[in-house]
Ligand binder design. Structure first.
Ligand code: DLL
Length: 436
């Protein structure tokens, strides 16, 4: 089902005319109301009237996460405080977070985009969503909650954690959809198996998984273990939250980004120059309708590829391929760029391993080294050390062949790698510890 057929299937020309009108309005408002944007544009000698076409977006300055932090907490707001209906904050691991505001209309738009996402996943009123994203400043919980309500579904606001209870409610309340990070879904699936519950036999039919990078191999794992369609949903606090884009059930190939609300670019990571569709780069997003916290050319640090090919679902909005990683999660090991998702893909293709893993990075002298900790499946573990050494040598070779780096692969017993409740911590970088 298409939730908002008029807007989701707009002919490209009409969509682009709408985008230009909204871009011009956003740029004017940013210039007039947010000191940071006015100064950044003045520095480049760009005025709002210079934006005459969508391609002119490249004249505008980028906005980086550090700059949002520098304007903590309210420096980037474009409306007076009495118009802000809700605040969220980005999950910063260190220092101050980025505080983001939403007006009532921003929340309504967010809900409507969320409803589009759920409908694209084949859901409708009468369906039930078990929402296991965390509620709070993180946008996952309340974002999916608003989406389900806007579509007219029943929402079960479970939040993250209490994994046994998750399994009980998935069984007893019979939801048809669930939402959480893919790594937490795996944790829930494992818990269900331990408790003797076969999720495949429940009415659950679709999972909305996002908030962290994951792979096709992980999709296969989740779909086969849970008997569901696992779809990738994308979003970020600075732009709104979950629901900036989603894969449609029809193609499961790339996430439609709601282009009537967001202008999406893909740029060269080093030079910032716009790249044509099909080329891999950093995703940059400009908001087109946000009132409280408009955003010009936000450098998401997410790496992906834009795909303008028509989609069989009938939606005309551009697709972004799976995010393969973030520029700041990229490990550079002896000159080779490595993303955790590349390691994940190889581990998950190795049948005798369990899909729980963590990567450690060390510095020995001037050399960086990598250790991958992964769990044996119970049958492999039962076979003993010699078999595990054999598998570990095979995985080391695969990593050397496919990624180009030598590393150590340690296989541990089931349950030794930390389980995720939300965004999984994939990398433990001990190099940083030394520096501090
Ligand atoms: O993670 C919002 C969200 C909640 C999205 C629930 C989807 C589902 P932040 O905490 O601000 O917001 O983190 C945003 O998470 O820049 C990406 O690096 C990553 N991310 C989000 N969705 C995906 C995805 C939420 N589907 C950051 N695939 C983003 C890969 C994702 N990475």
């Amino acid at each position: 089902m298409i939730f908002d057929v008029n807007n989701e299937t707009l002919p490209r020309e009409t969509l682009e005319t709408l985008q230009l009108r909204r871009l011009q309005a956003t740029v004017s408002r940013c210039y007039e109301t947010v000191k940071f944007y006015r100064e950044a544009m003045d520095e480049l000698e760009i005025k709002p009237h210079h934006i005459q076409s969508l391609a002119d977006v490249k004249l505008l300055p980028f906005t980086k996460k550090e700059q949002l932090r520098d304007n903590y907490p309210y420096g980037m707001f474009a409306v007076p405080p009495d118009q802000v209906a809700r605040l969220h904050a980005s999950s910063g691991t260190s220092g101050k977070p980025v505080v983001v505001g939403h007006t009532q209309r921003d929340l309504a738009n967010w809900g409507a985009m969320g409803a589009r996402c759920l409908a694209a996943a084949g859901l409708q009123p009468g369906d039930r969503l078990h929402n296991a994203y965390g509620y709070g400043l993180f946008t996952g919980g309340l974002g999916l909650h608003g989406a389900a309500e806007s579509l007219g579904m029943t929402v079960i606001p479970m939040s993250g954690g209490q994994t046994q209870k998750q399994v009980m409610l998935l069984t007893d309340l019979a939801p048809t959809a669930m939402s959480c990070t893919p790594s937490y879904a795996l944790n829930i699936a494992e818990e269900a198996e331990k408790l003797g519950v076969d999720i495949r036999k429940l009415p659950l039919r679709v999972g909305l998984f996002g908030a962290e990078p994951w792979t096709e191999e992980m999709r296969y794992e989740l779909e086969s273990r849970m008997g569901i369609d696992a779809l990738d949903i994308y979003g970020l606090t600075e732009l709104m939250g979950p629901g900036v884009g989603i894969e449609c059930l029809e193609s499961k190939k790339g996430l439609h980004i709601w282009e009537d609300h967001f202008l999406v670019e893909c740029v060269d990571i080093d030079t910032g120059e716009p790249l044509p569709p099909g080329e891999k780069g950093e995703i940059v997003i400009t908001s087109l309708t946000r009132e409280a916290f408009p955003m010009l050319r936000f450098r998401t640090r997410d790496i992906s590829v834009l795909d303008t090919a028509p989609c069989k679902c009938g939606r005309t909005h551009v697709r972004m391929r799976r995010v393969t990683g973030r520029t700041d999660d990229m490990l550079i090991i002896r000159g080779v760029n490595v993303f955790p998702t590349q390691v994940e893909a190889i581990l998950m293709r190795t049948e005798t391993l369990s899909p729980f893993y963590q990567i450690e990075v060390f510095r020995e002298g001037f050399m960086d080294s990598l250790r991958i900790n992964v769990e044996a499946s119970p049958p492999l573990y039962a076979k003993g050390q010699q078999y595990m050494d054999h598998v570990s040598a095979k995985v080391q070779k695969d990593i050397k062949d496919f990624i180009g780096i030598s590393c150590e692969v340690r296989i541990h017993p089931t349950g030794s790698v930390e389980r995720s409740m939300g965004k999984a911590v994939r990398v433990l970088d001990h190099r940083k510890e030394k520096k501090n």
